[in-house]
Design a protein around this ligand. Structure first.
Ligand code: GCV
Length: 837
């Protein structure tokens, strides 16, 4: 018995875990954590239908008590009162069986009542899925060793708490970094939907009640007969967890199925959508609704026929209305613009398009608004559209998948960023108008509202591509339920549920996660200039120049003297005037604009002094150095957890944090070099362009290697790398070391291209000291969008600690190309303890 218990405790700490059960693991609690707790001896689930969330809740409770305490508890559906039991069901069912509750809790849709008195537990939902939410809440308490007596009602702040997946019918996922689709493959719905059910379980555990399963860049083939039947199967797979499915629509579908038009006012089009909707509801009787991206980024829409976006949205609203379905109509509508027009601004588009339509949308339409006016950047001001729709229901769109924020290869805990918007007070009519109270429907007295989180999970066992990024999915659900919650305390629940109760683990992951967004902002794009990534290619590594000189409108307007978008009314694009007066005047005036949004609203000299006293350019330099330095500490913090986390997850995270530490230096150097080169203004601290511990590859003696001018130039140290002279030639680069004799960390900066795996061997005095393969992207170890070029996406660093060298030793690196990858090498650095270069 004792051995069995010890074994379980041991399992809880170090058993291999591939991430699949995420935060709903029911890992055994160490005995000391629960010896005072009277574990319930029975579960009474007031429903016998196996597809009912109440039935599911009974099973979850059973699994949870078994996993957490090692206690087998039976589930009964008998309707007799039972001592020492967990009773779970809807309030209505409970009342039928046991009579009226003494103090009836006030519950809104999806709300639940949870009461624990020792082993007597009551979990009652306003509806069936709500009871399941209550069960997850109870199990989350137990799994965290929290046995306090509670009695409270928990109500969601808004009815719409949805996920959006950008899954394509061929099984790929747009901006997904966790593998292929769990729903689609080869143009149809996959046979095995086990992962869909497991996904529904994760979502229900944090109160998410709906999911759009396909990409907003939709494909009309989803609406063929076979696929509609397949959608029925997805819905069946997710229903036991109370997650309703919905779909994205291609506005032009009627034409693709043979009609001569897709004009939303044409009777044949209306009839076509009515019939399609009916066919869908036959297979998915509880379908949540539709999501529509219209007239945006090449997607068709009502503007083709000079109809308004509201007429487009209402077409679907009317078809859905008999079934209680909802249309989520995206406000992400904009046109290509010309940068030579000083007043042109993509940020203006949403208000320009939608404000005049306020009041014209049917009641079951919700306008889904990205948090900022551009596109999920590392920092944006709150979208002013939230302040401009008073007679229309709205929802916020957040991006859980880290498209512009490191694609799950950089740790970035997103809720502190989301909170800058959720907690922002737009001061409509000079009254409190906090975004979270607008999307809940409360501020403008709207019946609908809520949130949509773009998750893009895939078949990877970590769901999103990395274990630490699961905190973003978890926290999204928690904030969708109650957006006023504190990101740090949500994070800590997630850490305990995912990694156990060790305080060292809790403190280390809390620290690195809470510092991660500020660090990423520091080394990617500060002062409101946006994520300075390559907006035309992968959205991953640095490429500031790609922002300007094209029609996409994510401009920085940087030249050799000045930088930033003038969005004032007085002299710029007029964007600041889209806010209510109190907020507008704050942003209109450079003196009251916060530093972190200065370049979003104003066009200034690089020498402009910030409120902090630094100049803009010196802030760029300092922030990038400080951000990259912080990223190095994540790795050190994680290393203190060795042995406290199971090896599988420890190694997976270690690999990623090591990569991030290196890639943050790529970011730092690229951005600081770019603006140093453009402005000609030196770094006061003399760091930019000075790298005393580096040896440039092109300065070594080369054989079979040749210098290569990298583009963009700033993504190579000294603008130059080396590549082998052909794709079959083995290259050698060697040099005599002039460093003082000692022990160093050897950093090697190379490029990992998609389309080949090069091999590298390192020798000191002809003795092989290290070797590595450039296999991070080809075997999808990282999962970010790869690149086939030498650039800021492929630039990578690997570090070998504790390399002993003596002055005068010969260093040699031998590169063997693979596929299209010519064993590219940028530089090596011999780093004494504590030096980052
Ligand atoms: C699904 C950005 C992304 C696109 C995405 C689009 C949208 O432009 O890069 O991948 O398309 O936003 O949100 O519709």
């Amino acid at each position: 018995m004792i051995r069995a218990l010890l074994f379980q405790v041991f399992l809880g700490l170090v058993a291999a875990d591939n991430g699949l059960s995420a935060w709903v693991r029911y890992a055994p609690l160490a005995n000391s954590h629960h010896f005072h707790y009277a574990i319930p001896s029975k579960i009474v689930a007031l429903n016998t239908t196996e597809t009912s969330p109440v039935y599911t809740a009974g099973q979850e409770l059973q699994d949870g008590l078994q996993g957490i305490f090692g206690k087998q508890v039976t589930v009964e559906h008998a309707k007799c009162p039972a001592a020492s039991s967990v009773v779970i069901g809807t309030v209505d069912e409970y009342t039928k069986v046991y009579g009226k509750l003494q103090n009836s809790p006030e519950l809104v849709e999806d709300g639940f009542w949870l009461s624990t008195k020792g082993s007597e537990v009551q979990i009652l939902g306003q509806n069936e899925r709500a009871a399941l939410y209550g069960a997850f809440e109870y199990l989350s308490m137990l799994a965290q060793g929290n046995f306090s007596q509670v009695a409270y009602a928990s109500n969601p702040s808004a009815p719409i708490r949805w996920i959006n997946q950008w899954d394509n019918m061929d099984g790929s996922i747009e901006r997904g970094y966790g593998g292929q689709s769990i729903f689609f493959s080869n143009g149809t719905i996959v046979q095995n939907l086990t992962r869909a059910t497991e996904y529904a379980r994760l979502l229900a555990s944090v109160g998410i009640n709906g999911i759009i399963v396909n990409n907003v860049n939709a494909n009309s083939s989803l609406l063929n007969e076979t696929n509609i039947i397949g959608l029925g199967r997805i819905a069946d797979a997710m229903r036991p967890y109370g997650v309703r499915i919905g779909i994205s629509l291609d506005f032009a579908s009627p034409m693709e199925y043979g009609l001569p038009t897709f004009d939303p006012l044409d009777p044949s089009v209306i009839e076509w959508w009515t019939n399609k909707t009916e066919a869908l509801y036959q297979q998915v009787p509880d379908m949540a609704g539709y999501l529509v991206k219209a007239d945006s980024e090449g997607q068709p829409g009502p503007l083709t026929y000079n109809r308004t976006l509201a007429q487009g949205g209402n077409l679907f609203a009317k078809a859905l209305q008999p079934y209680g379905g909802i249309v989520m109509f995206r406000a992400f509508v904009y046109n290509q613009l010309n940068e030579s027009d000083w007043r042109a601004d993509r940020a203006n588009a949403a208000v320009d398009f939608f404000k005049p339509l306020d009041g014209e949308f049917d009641d079951n339409v919700v306008v889904q608004i990205k948090y900022g006016p551009i596109d999920f950047q590392v920092r944006e001001p709150t979208s002013p559209l939230f302040a401009n729709l008073h007679k229309t229901s709205t929802a916020i769109e957040l991006e859980i998948t880290q498209e512009y924020l490191g694609q799950q290869c950089h740790l970035v805990y997103l809720p502190p960023l989301w909170k800058t918007v959720l907690d922002f007070d737009l001061r409509v009519d000079n009254k409190s108008s906090i975004v979270r109270n607008i999307i809940s429907g409360q501020r403008f007295n709207r019946p609908l509202g809520g949130s949509a989180g773009v998750a893009n999970v895939g078949t990877n066992t970590t769901w999103l591509g990395s274990i630490l990024s699961q905190s973003n999915l978890y926290a999204y659900g928690r904030l969708a339920w109650q957006p006023a919650q504190d990101p740090e305390s949500i994070l800590q629940d997630w850490i305990r549920l995912t990694f156990g109760l060790d305080t060292n683990v809790l403190n280390a992951i809390t620290q690195m996660s809470m510092e991660s967004w500020p660090a990423y902002e520091n080394y990617s794009g500060n002062l409101g200039i946006q994520t300075l990534t390559d907006i035309l290619y992968t959205h991953y590594g640095p490429n500031p120049q790609s922002q300007d000189g094209n029609g996409w409108g994510q401009w920085t307007r940087a030249d050799h003297l000045t930088i930033g978008m003038d969005r004032t009314v007085t002299n710029g694009t007029g964007f600041s005037g889209q806010y209510p007066p109190e907020v507008a005047s704050m942003y209109e005036d450079i003196a009251t604009t916060p530093d972190n949004l200065l370049l979003w609203f104003h066009h200034v000299n690089y020498t402009h002094p910030l409120h902090s006293g630094e100049t803009v350019i010196q802030h760029f330099y300092n922030a990038h150095y400080s951000g990259a330095l912080t990223a190095q500490t994540f790795l050190q913090l994680w290393q203190t957890l060795k042995g406290k986390i199971d090896p599988e997850r420890y190694e997976e995270v270690l690999f990623r944090l090591t990569y991030q530490a290196g890639h943050s230096i790529v970011w730092r150097d690229a951005i600081t070099n770019f603006y140093n080169n453009l402005s000609g203004i030196p770094d006061e601290a003399q760091r930019v362009g000075h790298h005393p511990w580096r040896i440039e590859a092109e300065s070594m003696t080369l054989s079979g290697y040749m210098p290569y001018a990298v583009s963009p130039f700033e993504t190579a140290s000294n603008y130059t790398a080396i590549v082998t002279t052909s794709n079959t030639t083995v290259g050698t680069a060697s040099t005599v070391l002039a460093y003082p004799s000692g022990t160093y960390d050897l950093a090697v900066n190379f490029y990992d291209l998609y389309g080949g795996i090069s091999e590298y061997k390192i020798y000191i005095n002809d003795k092989q000291t290290a070797a590595f393969s450039a296999d991070y992207v080809d075997v999808a170890r990282l999962g970010h969008t790869p690149s086939i070029y030498l650039d800021g996406h492929s630039a990578t660093r690997i570090t070998f600690p504790g390399v002993k060298v003596a002055k005068g030793d010969t260093f040699k690196i031998v590169g063997t190309p693979g596929g299209i990858e010519p064993a590219p090498l940028d530089y090596v650095a011999f780093l004494p303890a504590g030096v980052v270069d």
